[in-house]
Design a protein around this ligand. Structure first.
Ligand code: DUC
Ligand code: ZN
Ligand code: ZN
Ligand code: ZN
Length: 470
């Protein structure tokens, strides 16, 4: 038989084209795109009225990552990847965190063990470098890149995690030599510390102080510094979770200079503001993430960045901590100081519906841009294209069927994350992923989970094409 599955009568959307055609799938691979595909023995999926798009790739999520004494993430690989799948994703790239004193190999093994048998969809790993010893940089990292761990995140802030500028320079030099792709969390360590100390001394421990402690300037300054270091070493760099206009403008500045600077923004910077941190009682803690949500103008700036290709990727930065209980946001009780609240918001399942509804349905971006921002550009930047990130002959049949007019009101209860709240409670959405195929297997069938835990496979990655020097 020619096909295992035929997706019939839908509108196929890629980052480049929008075409009415059928999709023929065999052995988990797209083998034919064409009109009126026929095969008696094939399973036929009726896609009339639906959009047939590459499954989402969420290249920035955190699962089961240690985040400080007593803090436990609400999602591991089981609930986290199930939630991702129900939100129209077919691949996620969580972080494997290198603790101080740990080798990269030890670190990555821990995350492979966590994911083993648990993933509902395919996954890969970025590594977080917290201890860039000579051995890590000169010996381990080059070998790791050759083995398919091709992207690395560094933090410019957080005690125990941050690298100073000299350490970043050394890492960038190794990245340049070996073709590793570097992602940067850009916020200024010393300015934040200065502000946190002042606020705490004044007894200003409420959630809103989180926003006051890291204003736009802190992000803008660090963003400029990171870009300058990348320019100095002559190496590509991606600035993650950009929250606001000033940082966005620094990225645009670098791009207009001809530097290989890339940017990412996230749903929280389109949908939330610092006023959410000021909600009644302890509610504000739910919205504490870094950088913090800003204001209306910054939301507008993030949309401009998405429209004008200052940002190439839109990721969730899913970083789930329980609101209630002794391991989450308020683990030190209702008077937990803002600077002791775990940083992060959940969002892996709501990322794509929010981008579709606020972006496509409201006319801010077109369908092809939606696909680029939600899938294709992630695959390209992180060395998975064209196996992942598009619908083309020879690509993995990682496909999401979207009903573009389905209306859904987001509630925490409907989501599959083990987190106990969503920051988007009550948000009204137009357009929802109804059916998802992962390597040709129907894992979500008209809203019903039909996949299996353990179906997801680890994806080793090529070097980012941006990091390959000619
Ligand atoms: N950085 C992230 O990437 N995620 C959550 C918190 C943070 O600081
Ligand atoms: Zn090498
Ligand atoms: Zn970060
Ligand atoms: Zn993150």
């Amino acid at each position: 038989k020619q096909f295992d599955t035929i997706i019939r009568g839908g509108t196929v959307v890629t980052a480049a084209d929008t075409i009415r055609c059928d999709v023929g799938i065999r052995d988990g691979i797209v083998t034919t795109l064409g009109a009126d595909l026929q095969d008696e023995g094939a399973h036929v999926i009726n896609a009339s009225g639906l959009l047939v798009m590459p499954g989402g790739i969420d290249s920035h999520i955190h699962l089961d990552q240690p985040s400080g004494p007593g803090i436990v993430m609400a999602d591991g690989f089981d609930s986290g990847t199930l939630s991702a799948l129900c939100g129209g994703n077919t691949t996620v790239i969580p972080f494997a965190f290198q603790d101080k004193g740990q080798s990269l190999r030890e670190a990555v093994k821990i995350y492979h063990d966590k994911a083993e048998g648990q993933s509902w969809i395919d996954h890969s790993f970025h590594m977080i470098i917290s201890d860039p010893t000579k051995d890590v940089l000169e010996c381990e990292l080059p070998a790791m890149v050759d083995e398919g761990y091709t992207s690395y995140k560094v933090f410019m802030t957080y005690e125990g995690l941050r690298l100073d500028d000299r350490q970043i320079l050394d890492l960038l030099e190794v990245a340049r030599r070996h073709g590793a792709f570097i992602m940067v969390h850009a916020e200024g360590y010393d300015t934040i510390r200065y502000m946190v100390e002042k606020l705490e001394a004044e007894g200003r421990t409420e959630a809103f102080s989180h926003a006051l402690s890291r204003p736009q300037l802190v992000e803008r300054e660090a963003t400029h510094r990171a870009i300058s270091l990348a320019e100095f070493i002559d190496v590509p760099m991606l600035l993650v979770h950009v929250s606001a206009r000033e940082a966005m403008e620094q990225i645009r500045w670098g791009q207009q200079k001809g530097l290989k600077i890339y940017g990412e923004t996230c749903p929280q910077y389109l949908m939330l503001t610092q006023d959410d941190l000021d909600r009644e009682g302890q509610e504000g803690a739910k919205y504490i993430c870094s950088p913090p949500p800003r204001d209306r103008d910054s939301q507008e700036a993030c949309w401009e960045g998405l429209q004008q290709n200052v940002f190439q990727v839109f990721s969730s930065d899913h970083c789930p901590f329980l609101f209630e209980g002794t391991t989450g946001k308020l683990r030190e009780g209702e008077h937990t100081s803002f600077c002791r609240v775990a940083n992060g918001v959940p969002g892996v399942e709501t990322r794509l519906p929010i981008l579709f509804s606020e972006g496509v349905s409201k006319g801010r971006i077109d369908l092809n841009r939606f696909v680029a921002l939600s899938s294709t550009n992630h695959a390209k930047l992180y060395g998975m294209y064209p196996k992942k990130g598009t619908i083309a002959v020879g690509s993995d049949a990682d496909i999401a069927l979207w009903d573009p007019i389905k209306k859904v009101t987001i509630t925490h209860e409907m989501l599959h994350s083990a987190c106990d709240y969503t920051p988007y409670e009550g948000v009204e959405i137009t357009g929802w992923p109804v059916t998802v195929l992962s390597r040709g297997v129907v894992v979500l069938d008209n809203g019903k989970v039909t996949g299996k835990r353990g179906h997801g496979q680890y994806q080793s990655r090529e070097r980012s094409p941006q990091s390959v020097r000619r």
